[in-house]
Write a protein that binds this ligand. Structure first.
Ligand code: ADQ
Length: 729
């Protein structure tokens, strides 16, 4: 195993991100490639060059008819552009990514718009990115998906290439449960992420928020140390990987940059951000204004140099923010400026890294006060550039960077007074203190640079994770103790796939000895009634389970029999029994080796588990069509298509029937209900019982479920039954 893994460390890697490592721009000379700036690109590129692989992303432009981007192949790795139409860019990128997920994940739900059409486009575009990755993924050591624009893409990749190693890194915060659950599509996003082997966040608190969400929203099992999630049989590991910068680069740029011309006598408080409402620019300007009010000695001696890169100007809120900042700057300058001094110098444009490094180096104070930020790399770049007289870093404690950069002056950006006092303190700080703080910060950022981050992430992604601790009583206690306390329990269990593993032929699905013992322990108790609800015929399920005191519901509940109430047969049963025989004959005519029809009275099941996977083609569709033509409903089960008569009756109705018959119409006051099942037909019961019961779906992590929780397999069901049977004894 170890040898296999170390080989994997050298295998190619597929990176999937919204943007390619370069942007295509339309110029007078045609389409031109410009490298995308940023540490991430420069960190990942060498890895791709060394190991080979593919970078999949959007080139940043909508192509006109017949326009082709020249993708002279990189020497060592490929680039796969995902082309998006203008409508897709509007709904997927400006819409769902930047107007829904961005504010919500930054815990600003009031700004989030929830539009169904944006979501649909986001889904579709994510599928497209996923598909592009699928064609590259076979044989790759790792597929690595980046950031909030592509949270659904892993799902598509996992469906197509089952065993490829998949990892995801989120560059922005992950919010607490109370905020994330406002998203109407919270479950879909969490489920898609859990198809990954590894999910990385900047800091531990985001990882913890994610664990809370999967536990509470999906009912996944969570282990906090090491951080692992088990969801219906698949295990995902979760971790904090704080991103660093190219420290050496910023240091050498700062050493090389010429002194600024005519270095003014004023001292500089510097802000550098993308123009974004998460960055706290208006709050920062107010804090600076307050400084000038509280400490007039800084007037004419200090300036706030605010650099803002234009960003997302297609989104109305960003244009609104720009207007607000323009006005605020005007207001403060109008209020305090003198003939030869203006308190705020505001530059609304992008700068080269050389120029930024010089600004960082020469600033006296860096004022980095986002109201929420995944990490914040500007703070780190500022520290790397402190190669001369050391400056002071004032950092919002709401930025991910504050988790590690403890030696900065940490402020709450909403506390305008406090921030103003911190600026004052920064401007007054003795050199010795500045030097000690900067030295400690530099040592850490030099060590934990982007290379170190990459190494840690790739190592974690390549490693088989520790197995999750097997499910244990403590979890059942937490889930069910309070719920069951002093109540009578009605326990409903599906059979195939729930009490027994799925096998080729139903006749081989027999209860294991310990499972039988667990079932009997439950059935023997006076305060528990057990019912088995199955798709098999009543006589079949009764004969298979062979326990005289249980309630049995066969044919998805069309026939019911149990102690203490009259046997039930749905009135349409006879009619559909005759028609089912005809349908069985039609299905047999398909004539595929290994496929066969199981007649169960009014319903039947067309099994194809024994047909080799590569031969499972059209005939399944044909079976569905024959079933539908016969006036039945075709429903997919595990390697089978079930034909259900169109009777308004399902496992949910059957459960209700049993509960009313046994305990009377006020059953919900006196009886607690648990339902455990593993397939689509159990979903009817989960839906019917929502809010009324504890429901468990067994296996199938990628299928949506209405159940409250997941169990990995029949072995976990057995543990649950053992606990229920033993409880309080
Ligand atoms: P951003 O929100 O973009 O990134 P940040 O981490 O600060 O925030 O990165 C900004 C980058 O843009 C820096 O590298 C900086 O040098 C550059 N930049 C800023 N102003 C500039 C200017 N005027 N001209 C040119 N370049 C400028 C998201 C998350 C962050 C997370 C990063 C990385 O929001 O929290 O740290 O991803 O994961």
């Amino acid at each position: 195993m170890a040898a296999k893994r170390s080989n994997e460390a050298n295998r190619s890697i597929v990176v999937v991100s919204n943007r390619l490592p370069f942007t295509i721009q339309r110029t007078s000379k045609g389409l031109e490639r410009r490298p995308s700036p940023g540490g991430l690109v420069s960190a990942l590129e060498p890895v791709l060059r060394k190991r080979g692989g593919n970078w999949i992303g959007w080139p940043g432009i909508e192509l006109r008819d017949k326009e082709k981007i020249s993708l002279e192949e990189e020497e060592a790795y490929h680039v796969t552009p995902v082309l998006l139409s203008e409508a897709e860019i509007t709904r997927y990128y400006h819409g769902f990514s930047n107007r829904t997920l961005w504010p919500l994940l930054h815990s600003m739900p009031a700004r989030a718009k929830f539009e169904h059409r944006d979501w649909e486009t986001y889904e579709r575009v994510n599928e497209r990115f996923g598909e592009a990755a699928v064609t590259q993924a076979t044989g790759a050591g790792l597929v690595w998906i980046h950031d909030y624009q592509l949270m659904l893409a892993p799902r598509r990749i996992r469906q197509a290439v089952g065993d490829t190693r998949l990892a995801f890194f989120l560059h922005i915060p992950f919010p607490p449960y109370d905020v994330f659950r406002l998203l109407p599509w919270d479950r879909e996003i969490l489920r898609a992420l859990l198809t990954c082997d590894l999910i990385g966040f900047h800091v531990r608190s985001y990882a913890h928020n994610f664990l809370d969400c999967v536990q509470r929203i999906l009912g996944a099992r969570v282990q906090r140390d090491p951080m692992l999630v088990e969801y219906g049989g698949r295990t995902t590991s979760v971790g904090a990987f704080p991103l660093g910068i190219e420290f050496d680069l910023f240091e050498s740029l700062a050493l090389a940059a010429p002194r600024q011309n005519g270095a003014a006598r004023e001292r500089v408080v510097l802000g550098v951000d993308r123009l974004d409402y998460t960055k706290g620019i208006p709050e920062r300007i107010r804090a600076f204004e307050r400084l000038l009010e509280l400490h007039p000695e800084h007037r004419e001696n200090v300036v706030l140099l605010q650099v803002a890169v234009p960003s997302r100007s297609q989104v109305a809120e960003y244009r609104e923010l720009k207007r607000e900042i323009d006005e605020l700057v005007g207001h403060v300058n109008g209020r305090f400026a003198t003939a030869d001094w203006s308190p705020i110098r505001y530059l609304y444009r992008s700068f080269t890294q050389q120029k930024l490094a010089a600004l960082y180096r020469d600033a006296n104070v860096a004022l980095i006060t986002p109201i929420r930020d995944g990490m914040n790399l500007v703070a780190k770049e500022f520290i790397a550039a402190q190669v001369g007289d050391p400056g002071v870093l004032i950092l919002s404690r709401l930025a991910g960077a504050a988790d590690t950069m403890r030696e900065a002056l940490l402020v709450n950006p909403y506390d305008i007074e406090g921030a103003a006092e911190a600026i004052h303190r920064g401007l007054e700080m003795e050199e010795a203190e500045r030097r000690s703080r900067v030295a400690a910060l530099r040592r850490r950022e030099r060590r934990d640079d982007v290379e170190a981050w990459l190494k840690a992430f790739l190592q974690a992604a390549g490693k088989a994770h520790a197995p999750m601790e097997p499910i244990a009583d403590a979890e059942f206690v937490a889930w069910l103790s309070e719920f069951l306390k002093e109540y009578h329990l009605a326990l409903f269990l599906d059979y195939d796939g729930t009490l027994t593993p799925l096998v080729d032929h139903p006749s081989r699905a027999t209860l294991s000895k310990p499972m039988r013992a667990a079932l009997e322990a439950c059935a023997d108790r006076d305060d528990i009634d057990v019912a088995v609800v199955s798709g098999r015929s009543l006589s079949d399920i009764r004969a298979t389970v062979r326990h005289p005191e249980l309630t049995y519901a066969g044919n998805h509940g069309l026939e019911i029999e149990g102690p203490g109430f009259p046997a039930f047969v749905h009135e349409d049963l006879v009619h559909y029994r005759a028609r089912a025989e005809e349908l069985a004959r039609d299905l047999d005519k398909i004539g595929v080796d290994g496929a066969w029809t199981e007649a169960k009275g009014p319903t039947l099941t067309y099994h194809y588990r024994a047909v080799p996977e590569k031969r499972r083609g059209n005939f399944i569709n044909e079976a569905r069509e024959i079933i539908n033509r016969a006036g039945y409903q075709a429903r997919d089960a595990h390697c089978a298509v079930e034909a259900k008569p169109p009777i308004g009756w399902d496992k949910g109705r059957a459960v209700l029937h049993i509960l009313r018959q046994r305990y009377g119409p006020s059953w919900s006051e006196d009886v607690r209900v648990i339902y455990v099942g593993d397939d689509e037909t159990d979903e009817d019961a989960f839906r019917f019982l929502s809010g009324l019961a504890q429901t468990f779906r067994v296996g199938s992590p990628d299928t949506p479920t209405a159940a409250v929780r997941r169990l990995s397999d029949p072995a976990a069901v057995q543990k649950l039954l053992e606990w229920i049977g033993r409880r309080g004894a």
